[in-house]
Ligand binder design. Structure first.
Ligand SMILES: [Zn+2]
Length: 235
């Protein structure tokens, strides 16, 4: 076969490589997008957890403050009553009541202190983490936008390439096309390769000298005895 005869096939192979490259890129875009989306949802969850915890602590603090206030009111009422009772036994009961309220106030104040401390720590953490998380979220959203854009462009380009491929395919002689399609299953897109310094570019094995001379002299296309690809000598 002469080299001119293989030219349409080389054109087809070239476009198949481009189609392959784009299809691989599209698959990678899909994977990258999935990774970004997973990270995004994790970050949003992290942010949500911090905020929910803060809300919980705030409401708990409000509750505690109210309880302390109630205890203080009751204490006040008890002390007032103590100034008015006459019987000793009544006074003793009130005294016990008083001490119970005092205990409760002490206990709840202690709880409140602990809670304030926890809240302060959480607020510091939020102050430090929130801007970082939000910045990363923004970055990811931009990455996702870029990926969408790249994907759209790639899909459009792929459609055009496939149309062009049909044209190129129609120019390849039927027997050669059949060989190409079959060989592609084994070799991927590298079915027609050139000989570089006597070595087949496809399998990396040196072709026999006789064959090499023939390729140079006749400028023909032959079949590599080692791998079965079409080989030619590039001048
Ligand atoms: Zn070979």
């Amino acid at each position: 076969m002469r080299k001119e005869d293989i030219k349409p096939l080389l054109d087809l192979q070239e476009i198949d490589e481009e189609i392959d490259r784009l299809e691989r890129r599209l698959k990678n875009i899909e994977r990258e997008r999935k990774d970004f989306e997973e990270e995004l949802s994790m970050l949003r969850q992290e942010l949500e957890e911090l905020r929910t915890k803060k809300e919980y602590l705030l409401s708990k603090r409000k509750e505690l403050r109210e309880e302390i206030e109630r205890e203080e009111e009751m204490l006040e009422r008890t002390e007032k009553k103590m100034t008015m009772v006459k019987k000793d036994i009544e006074y003793k009961t009130l005294l016990r009541e008083k001490s119970k309220h005092e205990d409760n106030i002490l206990k709840k104040s202690y709880e409140l202190d602990e809670l304030e401390e926890e809240l302060k720590e959480l607020e510091d953490k939020i102050k430090e983490e929130e801007p970082k998380i939000e910045k990363r979220i923004k970055e990811i959203e931009e990455e996702l936008n870029d990926l969408d854009l790249e994907e759209k462009t790639a899909i459009r380009k792929l459609e055009n390439l496939k149309k062009e491929r049909e044209i190129r395919e129609s120019k390849v002689e039927e027997g050669i096309l059949k060989f190409y399609e079959e060989a592609k299953k084994r070799f991927g897109n590298k079915v027609v390769v050139c000989i570089e310094e006597g070595v087949c570019e496809g399998c990396g094995i040196k072709v026999p000298d006789v064959l090499f001379s023939k390729l140079i002299k006749e400028d023909s296309v032959e079949i590599c005895p080692s791998c079965g690809r079409y080989i030619y000598y590039r001048l």
